[in-house]
Design a protein around this ligand. Structure first.
Ligand SMILES: [Fe+2]
Length: 179
Protein backbone atom coordinates (compact mmCIF):
# COMPACT_ATOMS: atom_id res chain seq x y z
CA UNK A 1 0.00 0.00 0.00
CA UNK A 2 1.29 3.44 -0.89
CA UNK A 3 3.01 5.58 1.71
CA UNK A 4 3.95 9.27 1.55
CA UNK A 5 7.04 10.96 2.95
CA UNK A 6 7.14 14.73 2.96
CA UNK A 7 10.79 15.60 2.43
CA UNK A 8 10.94 18.92 4.32
CA UNK A 9 9.48 17.54 7.56
CA UNK A 10 10.06 13.78 7.19
CA UNK A 11 6.36 13.39 8.03
CA UNK A 12 4.85 10.09 6.85
CA UNK A 13 1.29 9.55 5.71
CA UNK A 14 -0.03 5.99 5.80
CA UNK A 15 -3.31 4.20 5.25
CA UNK A 16 -5.23 4.11 1.97
CA UNK A 17 -7.72 6.88 2.83
CA UNK A 18 -5.07 9.27 4.22
CA UNK A 19 -2.81 8.68 1.24
CA UNK A 20 -5.66 9.20 -1.20
CA UNK A 21 -6.79 12.41 0.55
CA UNK A 22 -3.27 13.84 0.63
CA UNK A 23 -2.61 12.99 -3.02
CA UNK A 24 -5.98 14.42 -4.02
CA UNK A 25 -5.02 17.68 -2.28
CA UNK A 26 -1.91 17.65 -4.53
CA UNK A 27 -3.96 16.86 -7.65
CA UNK A 28 -2.44 13.38 -7.95
CA UNK A 29 -4.88 10.53 -8.65
CA UNK A 30 -4.46 7.46 -6.47
CA UNK A 31 -6.34 4.19 -6.85
CA UNK A 32 -5.78 0.62 -5.82
CA UNK A 33 -6.16 -2.63 -7.75
CA UNK A 34 -6.14 -6.10 -6.21
CA UNK A 35 -2.59 -7.38 -6.90
CA UNK A 36 -3.49 -10.96 -5.92
CA UNK A 37 -5.56 -11.24 -9.12
CA UNK A 38 -2.25 -11.85 -10.86
CA UNK A 39 -1.08 -15.47 -11.12
CA UNK A 40 1.14 -16.12 -8.11
CA UNK A 41 4.29 -16.83 -10.10
CA UNK A 42 3.97 -13.46 -11.88
CA UNK A 43 3.64 -11.59 -8.57
CA UNK A 44 7.37 -12.19 -8.00
CA UNK A 45 8.68 -12.27 -11.54
CA UNK A 46 10.54 -9.27 -12.99
CA UNK A 47 11.75 -10.57 -16.34
CA UNK A 48 8.68 -11.25 -18.47
CA UNK A 49 8.17 -12.73 -21.91
CA UNK A 50 5.78 -10.97 -24.30
CA UNK A 51 3.17 -13.61 -23.42
CA UNK A 52 3.59 -12.92 -19.71
CA UNK A 53 3.28 -9.16 -20.27
CA UNK A 54 0.07 -9.84 -22.18
CA UNK A 55 -1.12 -11.98 -19.29
CA UNK A 56 -0.58 -9.02 -16.92
CA UNK A 57 -2.68 -6.82 -19.24
CA UNK A 58 -5.36 -9.50 -19.55
CA UNK A 59 -5.52 -9.97 -15.77
CA UNK A 60 -6.22 -6.27 -15.21
CA UNK A 61 -8.14 -5.66 -18.42
CA UNK A 62 -11.29 -4.50 -16.61
CA UNK A 63 -9.37 -2.08 -14.34
CA UNK A 64 -7.31 -0.73 -17.27
CA UNK A 65 -10.36 -0.14 -19.46
CA UNK A 66 -12.28 1.47 -16.62
CA UNK A 67 -9.42 3.91 -15.86
CA UNK A 68 -8.82 4.57 -19.56
CA UNK A 69 -12.50 5.34 -20.17
CA UNK A 70 -12.64 7.78 -17.26
CA UNK A 71 -9.42 9.63 -18.11
CA UNK A 72 -9.06 9.37 -21.85
CA UNK A 73 -6.06 7.02 -22.03
CA UNK A 74 -5.84 5.25 -25.36
CA UNK A 75 -2.86 2.92 -25.25
CA UNK A 76 -1.15 0.89 -22.56
CA UNK A 77 1.78 -1.45 -22.10
CA UNK A 78 3.82 -3.23 -19.44
CA UNK A 79 7.33 -2.26 -18.36
CA UNK A 80 9.73 -4.26 -16.23
CA UNK A 81 12.87 -3.07 -14.48
CA UNK A 82 15.27 -5.21 -12.45
CA UNK A 83 18.94 -6.00 -12.10
CA UNK A 84 18.47 -8.07 -15.26
CA UNK A 85 17.63 -4.91 -17.25
CA UNK A 86 20.63 -3.97 -19.41
CA UNK A 87 22.23 -0.68 -18.24
CA UNK A 88 19.89 -0.41 -15.23
CA UNK A 89 22.16 2.03 -13.37
CA UNK A 90 22.45 4.26 -16.43
CA UNK A 91 18.69 4.20 -16.91
CA UNK A 92 18.06 5.09 -13.28
CA UNK A 93 20.57 7.93 -13.45
CA UNK A 94 18.66 9.25 -16.46
CA UNK A 95 15.30 8.90 -14.67
CA UNK A 96 16.46 10.72 -11.56
CA UNK A 97 16.00 14.23 -12.88
CA UNK A 98 12.99 16.37 -12.10
CA UNK A 99 10.89 16.82 -15.25
CA UNK A 100 7.39 17.39 -16.56
CA UNK A 101 5.24 15.97 -19.36
CA UNK A 102 2.42 17.40 -21.42
CA UNK A 103 0.14 14.56 -20.33
CA UNK A 104 -0.49 12.52 -17.19
CA UNK A 105 2.11 9.96 -16.18
CA UNK A 106 0.16 6.88 -15.15
CA UNK A 107 1.61 3.80 -13.50
CA UNK A 108 -0.17 0.79 -12.05
CA UNK A 109 2.31 -1.32 -10.10
CA UNK A 110 1.60 -5.03 -10.57
CA UNK A 111 4.73 -6.41 -8.85
CA UNK A 112 7.67 -4.97 -6.90
CA UNK A 113 8.07 -1.40 -5.64
CA UNK A 114 8.92 2.08 -6.84
CA UNK A 115 8.93 5.72 -5.75
CA UNK A 116 7.60 8.85 -7.37
CA UNK A 117 9.21 12.06 -6.13
CA UNK A 118 6.74 14.86 -6.81
CA UNK A 119 6.85 18.64 -6.36
CA UNK A 120 3.86 19.50 -4.20
CA UNK A 121 2.22 22.81 -3.39
CA UNK A 122 4.45 25.57 -1.96
CA UNK A 123 3.53 24.74 1.66
CA UNK A 124 4.37 21.04 1.20
CA UNK A 125 7.38 21.01 -1.13
CA UNK A 126 8.70 17.78 -2.57
CA UNK A 127 7.22 14.50 -1.34
CA UNK A 128 7.91 10.82 -2.04
CA UNK A 129 5.15 8.38 -2.90
CA UNK A 130 6.33 4.84 -2.19
CA UNK A 131 4.32 2.43 -4.28
CA UNK A 132 3.85 -1.32 -3.97
CA UNK A 133 1.87 -3.87 -5.99
CA UNK A 134 -1.72 -2.77 -6.55
CA UNK A 135 -0.98 0.97 -6.28
CA UNK A 136 -2.10 3.10 -9.22
CA UNK A 137 -0.95 6.70 -9.59
CA UNK A 138 -1.48 9.43 -12.14
CA UNK A 139 0.82 12.45 -11.93
CA UNK A 140 -0.92 15.27 -13.80
CA UNK A 141 0.53 17.06 -16.81
CA UNK A 142 3.08 19.79 -16.08
CA UNK A 143 3.65 18.60 -12.49
CA UNK A 144 7.40 18.25 -11.79
CA UNK A 145 8.38 14.74 -10.71
CA UNK A 146 10.64 11.79 -11.31
CA UNK A 147 10.46 8.08 -10.73
CA UNK A 148 12.99 5.68 -9.29
CA UNK A 149 13.23 2.19 -7.86
CA UNK A 150 13.43 1.24 -4.20
CA UNK A 151 16.25 -0.75 -2.62
CA UNK A 152 15.02 -4.10 -4.03
CA UNK A 153 15.33 -2.66 -7.58
CA UNK A 154 12.44 -4.66 -9.01
CA UNK A 155 9.22 -3.49 -10.57
CA UNK A 156 6.54 -4.41 -13.08
CA UNK A 157 4.05 -1.69 -14.01
CA UNK A 158 1.29 -1.01 -16.50
CA UNK A 159 1.68 2.40 -18.21
CA UNK A 160 -1.26 4.18 -19.80
CA UNK A 161 -0.98 6.98 -22.34
CA UNK A 162 -3.15 9.41 -24.25
CA UNK A 163 -0.57 9.95 -27.02
CA UNK A 164 2.87 8.36 -27.04
CA UNK A 165 4.39 11.81 -27.78
CA UNK A 166 2.86 13.20 -24.59
CA UNK A 167 5.33 11.16 -22.63
CA UNK A 168 8.43 13.09 -23.65
CA UNK A 169 10.25 14.40 -20.56
CA UNK A 170 10.89 18.15 -20.30
CA UNK A 171 13.59 18.95 -17.71
CA UNK A 172 12.44 21.05 -14.76
CA UNK A 173 15.52 22.79 -13.39
CA UNK A 174 14.75 23.53 -9.79
CA UNK A 175 17.56 24.95 -7.62
CA UNK A 176 15.47 24.11 -4.54
CA UNK A 177 15.42 20.38 -5.21
CA UNK A 178 17.88 18.30 -3.19
CA UNK A 179 18.37 14.59 -3.79
FE1 LIG B 1 7.94 11.32 -15.88
Amino acid sequence: MAEIRIRNTDERIQGEENVRAFLESQEVLYEHWNPSKLREELQEKFVLSDEEKQEVLNTFDEEIRDLAARRGYRTWDVITLSEATPNLEELLAKFENVHTHTEDEVRAITAGKGIFIIKGSDDVGYFDVELTAGDVISVPENKPHFFTLMENKQIVAVRLFIEPEGWIAHPHNDPNFQK
